[in-house]
Design a protein around this ligand. Structure first.
Ligand SMILES: [Zn+2]
Length: 307
């Protein structure tokens, strides 16, 4: 409650000072996560100003809400979220606290990017027993670059709706974005072909879309359920399974502690790969395309040594 009051106080205070400055400039877009920001930047080009609320090294399920984020949302013409409850713990509070009617759910300046894709792992009867953070299906769909293309198309449509005068620019940028992905995708799929069916373990259930696209199979997660910390009994069972199925790869995300995965790797002879979930995680992954490429190059490098 205290946080909410503080956030509201800042939003009321800043509103008076900042709102008039929003007039007459580029379309202001705020996204929840850096992957979406990168796609908006690719499609919008110079006609948009894009900011992500979460940083590349933050777990997108658990982001600390800050007053500065409300200030960004107060000035936004468009708010884009990943959806499927990825940001449910923090984004709705910020969105509402901004008082910006244009970016509330259902308003013209709101976009749920998950409406562009076909969701995986949607539970028939969602219960807490399935874990805390994936009640609407798996929200990590942008790790599949085909979904990146679908989201870019949806974003282009929305930008055209908000800035019809720039329609030609958005169309042109979208074509370039799709072309760049298609060129790389062909190579990624070809390079991954010899490793089809490779089994892996991950910390969090982040890779169903990625695995489906590139032909690698998850046998389990270090987290017993999404959002639930590891336990000794679960870890031991998983290590037995890794040994039995000769699993040599553990994929983890940069925001998790490395102790559990490194201990497991040591005992099973596997290697830990820290993936760049978002552009900006490492210098060589500055944008969405580079982040997908970084993950695949890293994975291919390790795969070529463990087989
Ligand atoms: Zn998740």
């Amino acid at each position: 409650m205290k946080l909410l009051k503080n956030l509201m106080a800042v939003s009321l205070f800043s509103g008076v000072l900042i709102l008039p400055m929003a007039w007459g400039s580029a379309l202001k877009v705020v996204t929840t996560t850096p992957d979406l920001a990168s796609i908006v930047r690719a499609v919008g080009g110079d006609t948009v100003q894009v900011q992500s609320l979460a940083s590349p090294l933050q777990n997108p399920h658990f982001v600390d809400a800050k007053p500065s984020m409300i200030v960004k949302l107060m000035k936004a013409d468009l708010f884009v979220q990943t959806g499927m409850d990825l940001e449910i713990g923090w984004a709705p509070l910020l969105q509402q606290s901004s008082g910006n009617k244009e970016i509330q759910n259902g308003a013209r300046g709101f976009l749920d990017a998950s409406t562009a894709i076909t969701p995986l792992e949607v539970p028939l009867n969602p219960t807490r027993a399935m874990g805390d953070v994936h009640p609407a299906g798996n929200p990590h769909y942008l790790l599949d670059p085909e979904n990146g293309k679908l989201v870019a198309r949806l974003i282009a449509k929305k930008l055209e709706e908000l800035s019809p005068q720039e329609s030609a620019t958005f169309k042109k940028n979208l074509v370039t974005f799709e072309k760049n992905i298609n060129e790389k995708l062909e190579r990624w799929l070809r390079d991954m072909e010899p490793y089809r069916g490779t089994k892996f373990v991950s910390y969090h259930k982040v890779y169903p879309y990625f695995g489906e696209r590139f032909g690698i199979i998850s046998i389990g997660e270090i987290e017993p359920k999404p959002g639930i910390p590891p336990t000794a009994s679960h870890t031991n069972r998983l290590m037995e399974q890794m040994k039995a199925e000769k699993v040599k790869i553990i994929l983890i995300e940069p925001w998790y502690e490395k102790r559990s995965s490194e201990a497991m790797a040591k005992q099973t002879g596997a290697q830990v790969i820290t993936m760049a979930l978002f552009p900006g995680t490492v210098p060589e992954a500055k944008n969405y395309l580079e982040a997908v490429n970084y993950n695949l190059m890293l994975l291919l490098k390790v795969l070529s040594t463990v087989r």
